[in-house]
Design a protein around this ligand. Structure first.
Ligand code: FDA
Ligand code: NAD
Length: 399
């Protein structure tokens, strides 16, 4: 039993949705393109976990279907249902999976009041658990994006939140200590408590298998009604290990998003691609790069002679409570903070080897965000850090 397509997109997330849109805009014939996704719904915008599906008509959707093996020499995929699907060109958009507590030696992820958040099923479950313990206590494990955004949502839904993470500050992958301290103070003003520099050691369960308390390595015990875990992700590369070149935990691709096998492309969280601005291969875990890589890959597939260089400036953002920030570029080198950290608008520039390589701004206007995006992409030479500090946002606005 089997089916054959010209183009197969493996995965049904953000990158898959945007690749399909690009194929559709460029005109694929009915039956030429197939999406295979383990999820039972068509691709949707994951950040909002809204139900606005991305998909145009005329695409073969193979939903609720896990691919269990791939053979890139034969150009075939085998589904869990035993069907073989063959392709001429494959786009791998398998994204990533949430890391489980078990991978850090703690059991209990399956408890009914322990929540992860990666897809729509997880989101629906989290909302159900949250509604079942209104006014209760939640422990949020992890101080990254999921931890920060879920903590804010829980507070808005009238749940008392304690955040637990091993580092000395929230968002350690991106924030400077000064930036982190602003957000932590803001969260504290909303009632969030922080337990930093420690990790979970075990759960106490009741007779029904519900978590009732969280034990920490520093000896603290926190009573809980629910737990949210956001401790990072791992790209879903396992189908291709030993068949495609991997780098930085993802599938290594060139500037056309083409892997070490010329019939296989990779986009989104699973792809490690050359970021020209940094002169090196990076794997990014954000929607903007998923969307743009996906569109670029399809352009390179359908019009190889026309598709130009992929000149991408990494862009991350978040909105929490009444706050909103954007970041462009890379957070390496020396940091120059600017603006009013006790007010609404402040930010930072990162200067590496004499050039501005990264910009962060909280509370900016559309024009101000556009200005920091533009200046970061230009990578201007910076001779005087003190001058950059005193000019602050006006430096970006003037470029
Ligand atoms: P994505 O995870 O979206 O999709 C992967 C797809 O592949 C899934 O449909 C999965 O089921 C499928 N799949 C995997 N293996 C398979 C197999 N073997 N067989 C079949 N199907 C398989 N970023 C940002 O910049 N700003 C933001 O505000 C947010 N907010 C945000 C909120 C939440 C809750 C999450 C979880 C993530 C974000 N992100 C974000 C990150 C962003 O959503 C992420 O970078 C993109 O979803 C990546 O898109 P992909 O398509 O690569 O993976
Ligand atoms: P993350 O990498 O942002 O943060 C992981 C956090 O886990 C670390 O900051 C650390 O505090 C914590 N941690 C690590 N090991 C731990 C342990 N043993 N015990 C307790 N804490 C531990 O990952 P995430 O927050 O899980 O987010 C998952 C993915 O979703 C990421 O790819 C992220 O980029 C994406 N996402 C992005 C956004 C956004 O861009 N606005 C929003 C939500 C999710």
């Amino acid at each position: 039993m089997g089916r054959a397509f010209v183009y197969v997109i493996l995965g049904g997330g953000v990158a898959a949705g945007y690749a399909a849109l690009e194929f559709s805009n460029r005109g694929v014939s009915h039956g030429e393109l197939c999406i295979i996704s383990e999820e039972s719904v068509a691709p949707y915008e994951r950040p909002a976990l809204s139900k606005g599906y991305l998909l145009p008509e005329g695409i073969e959707l193979v939903l609720g279907t896990r691919v269990i093996s791939a053979d890139v020499r034969r150009k075939t995929l085998l589904t869990a249902a035993g069907e073989t699907i063959s392709y001429k060109i494959l786009i791998v958009a398998t994204g990533a999976r949430a890391l489980k507590l078990e991978e850090f030696g703690v059991n209990g992820s399956d408890a009914e009041n322990v929540c992860y958040l990666r897809d729509l099923t997880d989101a629906n479950r989290l909302v159900d658990v949250m509604h079942s313990c209104s006014g209760g206590n939640a422990v949020v494990i992890g101080g990254g994006y999921i931890g920060m955004e879920c903590a804010a949502s829980l507070v808005i839904n009238k749940i008392n939140v304690t955040m637990v993470f091993p580092e000395a500050q929230c968002m350690p992958r991106l924030f400077t200590p000064k930036i982190a301290s602003f957000y932590e103070d803001y969260y504290k003003s909303k009632g969030v408590e922080f337990v930093k520099g420690t990790a979970l050691s075990s759960f106490d369960m009741d007779a029904d298998g519900k978590v009732v308390a969280v034990n920490l390595r520093d000896g603290k015990r926190l009573l809980v009604d629910m737990v949210v875990v956001g401790i990072g992700i791992r790209p879903n590369t396992s189908l291709f290990e030993g068949q495609l070149t991997l780098e930085k935990g993802g599938i290594k691709v060139n500037e056309k998003m083409q892997s070490s096998n010329s019939s296989v492309y990779a986009v989104g969280d699973v792809a490690a691609f050359p970021v020209k601005l940094f002169g090196e291969t990076r794997r990014l875990e954000h929607v903007d790069s998923a969307r743009k890589c996906a569109r670029h890959a399809v352009a390179a597939i359908m019009e190889p002679e026309k598709s130009g260089e992929f000149d991408y400036v990494p862009f991350f953002y978040s909105r929490i409570f009444a706050l909103s920030w954007q970041f462009y570029g890379d957070n390496v080198g020396e940091v120059v903070h600017f603006g009013d950290f006790s007010g609404n608008t402040f930010g930072a520039y990162w200067v590496n080897k004499g050039h501005l390589v990264g910009s962060f701004l909280e509370g900016g206007t559309k024009e101000e965000y556009a200005a920091i995006a533009m200046v970061t992409g230009l990578k201007p030479a910076i001779e005087d850090l003190a001058e950059l500090e005193s000019r602050g946002l006006s430096y970006a606005m003037a470029v």
